[in-house]
Each structure stands twice: as C-alpha cells, then as structure tokens.
Write a new protein. Structure first.
Length: 140
C-alpha cells in the first residue's frame, strides 16, 4: 500500500516534501527553544529578585543588632554598571568562559564590548580573573 502512494510522486516531489518536513521540524525546534529560554530567563529573574530580597532582610537584621553588613568587594573607580563588573558577574555566574563567549553574552545584554580583550587583560593584571587555559577566563 505505501509503495503505491510513493509511486504517485516523482523524486523531486518527494525531495520537496522532505525538505518542507525538515523546515517545519526545525521551525518547531527553534520555537520550543525560544520558549524554554524565556522560561529559564524568567526563573533567573525570579531567583535574582528573591536573592536580593533575602540579602536585604539579612542586612537589615544585622543593622538592627548594631552591626554593619559586610561589603561585597572593594569599591572601584568605575561605576557599578561598568563592562568590567559585568564581565566579573558573568564569569561568576557561568564559570570559565572564552573571550568570544563573554563578548556574545554581553552583546546579547546590550553592552558595548568594543575593547573586550583590553578589559580582560586589565582584569587579569589586577588579579580579578585568571586564565586556566589559553583563551579561557575565570574569576579568582
């Protein structure tokens, strides 16, 4: 029975049907990935908000007891939203990354990364990042 159906189509028609099927499957896969990415980003935003809320409560309690909450790190001359700080945050969250991966992640966040290699070299000189392998960076 299936041979009868297949014999009705030319090889070009079968090839076109196959390509259409592949394109449809790829489109569905991309759509599913986008939905999963959005879901994971929402979870990340929620976790970050919960973390900040809990941290604020702990710091408030420390102040209420007469203490000073610990400072996360030394204050730098650069503003909080600087590229260097974003690189450090990215490496802290994701672990070791290549310069190319760091650049693409920051670009997807809308950060201007013209001088990424110079920023990474500076962070390495100031002992904030290290290179466990050639071209790979991680937070110290």
């Amino acid at each position: 029975m299936s041979n009868d159906i297949l014999e009705k189509f030319s090889s070009d028609e079968l090839l076109n049907l196959y390509k259409e099927k592949q394109a449809l499957e790829e489109e569905n896969r991309v759509k599913a990935n986008k939905e999963k990415i959005e879901q994971l980003q929402q979870q990340r935003r929620q976790l970050t908000a919960d973390y900040k809320k809990q941290l604020a409560e702990i710091e408030k309690e420390i102040r209420a007891l007469g203490g000073k909450p610990p400072v996360a790190s030394k204050k730098s001359r650069s503003p909080k939203g600087s590229v260097s700080n974003k690189i450090l945050e990215l490496l802290t969250i994701n672990g070791p990354m290549t310069a190319k991966a760091i650049k693409s992640s920051l670009e997807s966040q809308g950060v201007d990364v013209k001088y990424i290699h110079q920023k990474l070299a500076h962070l390495k000189r100031t002992d904030k990042v290290s290179t466990p392998d050639r071209g790979t960076y991680q937070v110290i």
